[in-house]
Ligand binder design. Structure first.
Ligand code: GLA
Length: 729
């Protein structure tokens, strides 16, 4: 396992536990993609580069450059030199032409993996990861391009990133720098993506790829509610357990592009990177540009294996927070309880009731600062509103702590309200195009975080509040997308850098936050789940999944989210009924069972809900904690999917050693006269005996896995149940 270079064949071998990735060099030094897939035990050869196939022009019998370039499976296509498929790198020279030809120069193989300056990136100890750097150059532009591949053998993941350096004397412009490309023969691939909208984020979408380009992308300045920086190509028969899956996920929180392109020769090019729209980066002599990281995994065992690769990889190699495996406090958030209409007394009333029910943290959401009594003012004025928080924040936190709860707080540090002291003082701090009235969204503008003084201001506002009282948790929100892209301090040459610089500014603030407050539990959020991406997971171990807490809607949202991200990362709360977004009534138990799939909490006015619901909370809190270690570390299996036409939804988490498994079943719509459903479990030990907790019934693992556990269908919609199977000693 690991990386090796076979000099005679000019082939680089990248091996993980179950996969092999082969890179070959053409005689000219083009870097070609030979193979990615199931592990090859024998050596590889480069015949798949098909270097001797004649071009399409009948009169030409040998290789001719233009048609060769348009056919050669390549690791990193540069635009303008004959490859008409999607390029990954477009460079404009000082004279204004676009064209770049990358020729292999040298390589380095080493243990470990360096970080990426200013960007989130996966990590691993020396024994866990090896890195290959392929250095290519364009001799005319004097441009050096380093392709980095890091091989994480234990999780079948290869990460890729790219660094571009100007070693010449001319001012170059990078008009596109993607992070990864995968050229393969088409195998009737289907494209699986995560798409949606506010309140219905990350629904799974799957369909056959067709000739031409099909993509998901964002130019909204964040990874977005609508499309997600994830792309999988799957063979047609792919199920949870069978079929081949090639997946890419982008460790970035801004504009992205993830694309599959089916070419004239039935080859597929899969690409991922920062979206080229609105992007143009100046690369002056001596400067370099670091593109973010893409995470690649291959599974020969269907989507389930892909999911578990991602989960293990993110848990082990991306999330840094000390809270990742720690006991996460069950919180109560006042947003859906009060919206903007609260004061200290109301919060303390909630805290007292919450304490009685065993809840462990109170989170004060939007509305505690400036004169913010609605969503139309005060962003940027991060001073406590003492008309609402009457005796001041330190006193409120002290009282909440005395009740026995930790205290958490909401911020939206990246924003500025037109109606704010900050805007009146610094109108040019908002992103805007000079001379044009910028569009408001939720009555707010976005701060220009490409400017250091604004990053400092916004960060210091947050830090000052956190230093004023023992605050254990921050919900970091971002409630609008970017447009009118103009920065007052960028010259005309540099306006195309703004959107990436904005994201770098966000990363800098969050890096400072987790460095200065290492114990803080940070939860990212963006108008619900618009910035649920691997970039954010580097800073926060949990992210608010969606503003929609309806138990049925959440089944779909959480299924799509957990396709890629560990359960412990999904912020999930029990809301009140009728649900505030869809108006649906679901049982309190079902709401809790669905929310317990993620980082659990409540978002309702506990002082007002029915007594019988309140009475259930202590047992729910206890249940969440009992299974939390299993949920944080175990293997996740989708047993049945309501969104894929089943009347019920069902998922399981099994411990890695097969000693226990927890199954959650949700009967979405009751079906007449079907008697019972057989749930076929996964991840157990075939010959071990399991007892269903709370009963004396036992089964062998193979029975549960091959024959199934029978759940009676019954009357009533939206009912749920949980089953904990424990291996007998
Ligand atoms: C966003 C968040 C919500 C809440 C509101 C407050 O919509 O997703 O949870 O914090 O902002 O304005």
């Amino acid at each position: 396992m690991g990386i090796k270079y076979v000099e005679e064949k000019k082939i680089f071998h990248l091996d993980t536990g179950h996969t092999t990735y082969l890179i070959g060099l053409s005689p000219e030094g083009y870097v070609g993609h030979i193979y990615y897939g199931r592990r090859l035990k024998s050596g590889g050869s480069n015949y798949l580069l098909r270097m001797n196939e004649a071009p399409f022009t009948p009169s030409v019998r040998e290789r001719e450059k233009a048609s060769f370039m348009d056919f050669f499976p390549t690791e990193y296509p540069a635009g303008g030199v004959g490859d008409y498929r999607e390029s990954c790198l477009d460079v404009r020279s000082a004279s204004g032409s676009v064209g770049c030809e990358l020729i292999f120069k040298e390589y380095r193989i080493f243990r470990g993996k360096p970080g990426l300056a200013g960007l989130p990136a996966s990590f691993g100890r020396e024994g866990e990861v090896e890195t290959l750097e392929l250095v290519c150059e364009d001799a005319l532009l004097k441009l050096e391009v380093t392709l980095s591949y890091s091989v994480f053998a234990d999780t079948d993941v290869i990460t890729r990133s790219v660094r571009v350096e100007n070693r010449g004397e001319e001012h170059l412009k990078l008009e596109k720098v993607y992070s990864a490309c995968l050229d393969m023969d088409n195998r009737e691939f289907e494209m699986l993506t995560l798409v949606g909208s506010w309140a219905r984020e990350r629904h799974i979408q799957r369909g056959r790829i067709r000739c031409g380009k099909q993509m998901v992308s964002s130019t909204k300045g964040e990874s977005s509610h609508q499309e997600h920086p994830f792309l999988a190509l799957v063979t047609p028969e792919t199920t949870e357990e069978t079929g081949e899956v090639y997946a890419m996920n982008f460790v970035y929180s801004g504009n992205f592009m993830a694309q599959a392109e089916l070419s004239q020769f039935r080859q597929v090019r899969m690409t991922m990177g920062i979206h080229a729209d609105y992007f143009c980066w100046n690369l002056r002599p001596g400067e370099s540009f670091q593109a973010p990281e893409a995470v690649l995994t291959y599974s020969a065992e269907g989507l389930g294996r892909m999911t578990r690769n991602f989960h293990d990889f993110y848990r082990g190699h991306l999330i840094r927070s000390p809270h990742q495996y720690a006991k996460r406090p069950v919180l109560i958030n006042n947003w859906e309880a009060t919206y903007f209409d609260f004061n200290s007394e109301k919060l303390l009333e909630i805290a007292r009731e919450a304490k009685k029910a065993g809840i462990e943290m109170l989170v004060m959401d939007d509305g505690w600062f400036g004169k913010r009594n609605f969503d139309d003012s005060s962003l940027g004025d991060w001073t406590v509103n003492e008309e609402k928080i009457t005796s001041g924040l330190p006193d409120l936190v002290r009282k909440v702590n005395e009740i026995g709860l930790q205290f958490g707080i909401w911020f939206e540090p990246e924003m500025i309200s037109p109606d704010s002291e900050l805007y009146r003082k610094h109108p040019d701090w908002a992103i805007q195009i000079a001379g044009r009235t910028p569009a408001q969204s939720r009555t707010q503008y976005v701060l220009d975080l490409s400017r250091k003084e604004i990053v400092d201001y916004a960060y210091n506002c947050v830090a000052k509040i956190l230093r004023s009282a023992p605050i254990a948790y921050v919900k970091w929100d971002m409630n609008r997308q970017l447009c009118d892209i103009g920065g007052a301090c960028l010259d005309r040459e540099s306006q195309g850098e703004l959107m990436h610089r904005y994201v770098l500014g966000v990363y800098e603030m969050q890096e400072r936050l987790v460095t200065d407050f290492p114990e803080l539990l940070l939860e990212n959020c963006s108008g619900g789940g618009a910035r649920f991406d691997p970039g954010m997971l580097y800073y926060s171990p949990q992210i608010w999944c969606s503003d929609n807490v309806d138990a049925v809607e959440r089944l779909r949202i959480q299924e799509g989210t957990a396709l890629v991200y560990p359960l412990s990362t999904m912020g999930a709360h029990v809301g009140d009924c009728p649900n505030h977004i869809v108006g649906r009534n679901t049982p309190f138990d079902t709401r809790a069972h669905v929310a317990m799939a993620g980082a659990f909490g409540y978002e309702l006015d506990i002082t007002k809900i029915a007594e019988e619901e309140r009475a259930k909370i202590p047992a729910q809190v206890e249940e969440y904690h009992r299974y939390q270690p299993l949920m944080q570390r175990g293997d996740y299996y989708r047993l049945a999917s309501w969104s894929m036409e089943k009347p019920y939804d069902c998922w399981e988490v099994a411990s890695k050693d097969g000693s226990e498994a927890l199954v959650t079943f949700v009967q979405v719509l009751a079906e007449p006269n079907v008697h019972s459903y057989a749930l076929r479990l996964k991840g157990l030990l075939a010959q071990a005996e399991y007892v269903l907790e709370g009963t004396d019934q036992t089964w062998y693992g193979e029975e549960l896995m091959q024959c199934g556990y029978l759940v009676l269908s019954g009357q009533g919609d939206f009912r749920s149940s949980r089953y904990h199977f424990v291996k007998k000693q």
